[in-house]
Design a protein around this ligand. Structure first.
Ligand code: DMJ
Length: 599
């Protein structure tokens, strides 16, 4: 065995030596080819080429090309070798950057959206009233908008809001710690409707270049939806500029993780970067808020319409279905719902803060669907009936008010926010059951009157945040922390709807009173500010110009002094931040994911 092994080893080493000789020979041949003078090589190749073709001209061209390529490659190599190490490194870096840029363009670029027919967009220009005195008022409102915008442009540009006294940017926790230019997005459609096109273009440019939602910020899902998605969609429908649609969709995608809860009821807040959601610490037992998770429908239906992605529609319909299955104390919807357990939190019902726009969006879902979403209409009618029975009362002085229901007890207090309901009742009058259209229009008028009283009974002629109907008090605030006015729109919003449905001149009169009071007491050189006490003749300012002042308050005032053909209510439905979205003729269109729900 040992001998055999030795023989095998010997045979192996012989083989190895033979292999070595062979490879040395091959290397020699190659070397000879490369080290031979150029001429001898080319003549060999020429011969080869000549024998394989007959056309001498073509062969010459081919030879020239090969020669030129060879020369160029040699030249490039020489130049590279002459370059310093730094130059070479810089070149490599430039190449790398280019590759990265190309990669970014292909990966992170906005996904193209499917083309969908543009809904009918009518009445978006002009609206000049025939009466010269009304036109004058309208011009004044446009001037106020200019002052609010220009001040923000000068002192707060890119920040969410403006501090008009400190003359610098401002933000609140609803936008996380981000600077998302909330005022720009919120104001765009008002600028457009007022014909302030230069300002609109300026805002559009900022959005194109700066609005980026890949930020580590924990934002309010509701606020971002109504102000940003609503604002961007309205700007898109009015101007037709694709950028607004793309930004709205990018943002909406970032909100979707908020729905990852055991019930599908979204968290109040979501981190735009991580997608982690949570609820407000102050909300009853970790609950989500009715007016927040119930105020997504309009924007989300439009998102599904524009993207073809059924997810948005399905999310909001899931919320609706879940609510429909739940027991409601006295037929009322409590403001708090736990997204983990799917159970109501504290039994507190209000048409003001925490509840308000949930009811508004039921009605508007029906209007926005060209009145085909009858499920939404029915839910609205039932909810309003319960509200009328349990929350709406007449004061001793004859003022109709909407109180708040707290664990079986009616608190005779109405918030400024609840004043929007006058407009909602009027808007929902047509189409209400049992021929109650007249009744709801009347109810709208009574709420408008009460809210006007809450303004008229103050020193500044501006309404307090909340007012009572108790112990001889009628429509006045009692507690110091309820006496402020922060440029809110709700009362003016109701005046506008009432004006559209009745043309009673008192609504224009009341709107003008409010506009004058705002101009007199809230205007400062750096914009408009909220005031801390509407009962004090020497106003102290809160130093915030809220973005909704430009989105809503000034827009509703402007529309109040315009003719009805501007933004006709048959074609447009205003979201809760006054961003107009066109009616979708859902009788003729099937939304992706909507098939069973529409029947
Ligand atoms: C706005 O952001 C919206 O109208 C919302 O529905 C509640 N109120 C504020 C303005 O007061």
């Amino acid at each position: 065995a040992t001998r055999n092994c030795q023989l095998a080893t010997l045979r192996l080493s012989e083989k190895f030596i033979l292999l070595l000789i062979l490879s040395a020979f091959i290397t020699l041949c190659f070397g000879a080819f490369f080290f031979l003078p150029d001429n001898s090589k080319w003549s060999y190749m020429d011969r080869e080429v000549m024998t394989s073709t007959d056309t001498g001209k073509d062969q010459q061209l081919l030879r020239d090309k090969i020669r030129a390529d060879h020369e160029r490659a040699l030249q490039e190599a020489k130049e590279k070798l002459r370059k310093s190490r730094e130059e070479l490194q810089a070149e490599i870096q430039t190449e790398k950057n280019k590759v990265m840029e190309d990669l970014k363009k292909t990966n992170a670029g906005p996904k193209p959206l499917p083309p969908v027919p543009m809904p009918r967009v009518v009445g978006i220009n002009d609206g000049e009233p025939p009466e010269p005195d009304v036109k004058e008022k309208r011009d004044k409102i446009r001037e106020m908008m200019k002052h609010a915008w220009d001040s923000y442009r000068q002192y707060g540009w890119g920040y969410n809001e403006l501090k008009p006294l400190a003359k610098k940017g401002h933000s609140t926790n609803i936008f996380g710690n981000s600077q998302l230019g909330a005022t720009i997005v919120d104001a765009l459609d008002t600028l457009y409707i007022m014909g302030l096109h230069e300002e609109f273009k300026d805002g559009q440019e900022w959005i194109e270049q700066n609005l980026d939602f890949s930020v580590n910020a924990e934002v309010s899902v509701f606020e971002v939806n109504i102000r940003f998605i609503g604002g961007l969609l309205a700007a898109y429908y009015l101007s037709g500029q694709e950028v607004f649609k793309l930004k709205a969709v990018q943002l909406a995608e970032k909100l979707l993780p908020a729905f990852n809860t055991p019930t599908g009821i979204p968290w109040a807040m979501v981190n735009l970067k991580s997608g982690v959601g949570r609820n407000w610490g102050w909300a009853s037992a970790g609950s989500s808020i009715l007016a927040e998770f119930g105020t997504l429908h309009m924007e989300f239906v439009h998102l599904t319409y524009l993207t073809g992605n059924p997810a948005y529609y399905q999310k909001v319909m899931h919320i609706r279905k879940l609510l429909a299955k739940m027991d409601r104390p006295n037929g009322l919807y409590p403001n708090y719902l736990n997204p983990r357990t799917g159970r109501w939190g504290q039994h507190h019902t209000s048409v003001g803060g925490l509840g308000d726009s949930f009811y508004e969006y039921l009605l508007k879902a029906w209007l926005m669907s060209d009145k085909t979403d009858t499920e939404a209409r029915k839910t609205y009618d039932d909810a309003i009936e319960a509200i009328e029975r349990h929350l709406i009362r007449k004061s001793n002085g004859g003022l109709t008010f909407i109180g708040e229901w707290k664990n079986g007890h009616l608190e005779r207090k109405m918030g400024h926010l609840a004043c929007f309901a006058g407009g909602m009742f009027a808007l929902g009058a047509d189409g209400s059951p049992d021929d109650k259209a007249g009744h709801y229009l009347q109810l709208g008028a009574e709420i408008a009157h009460t809210c006007h009283e809450s303004y008229d009974r103050t020193v500044l002629k501006l309404g307090p945040e909340a007012f009572k109907f108790d112990s001889g008090l009628e429509a006045v605030a009692v507690r110091q922390n309820e006496k402020y006015y922060i440029l809110r729109p709700e009362v003016i919003e109701t005046y506008w709807y009432m004006w559209r449905f009745t043309h009673d001149p008192k609504y224009r009169q009341w709107g003008w009173e409010a506009a004058q009071a705002i101009d007199k007491y809230c205007r400062v050189s750096g914009g408009f500010s909220g005031v801390k006490d509407v009962y004090s003749s020497t106003p102290t300012y809160d130093d915030v110009q809220q973005s909704f002042f430009l989105a809503e308050t000034l827009k509703y005032l402007y529309l109040l002094f315009s003719s009805d053909d501007l933004m006709p209510l048959e074609s447009w439905v205003f979201n809760t931040e006054a961003h107009p979205l066109p009616v979708l003729h859902l009788g003729n269109i099937t939304l992706p994911g909507s098939e069973p729900a529409q029947r």
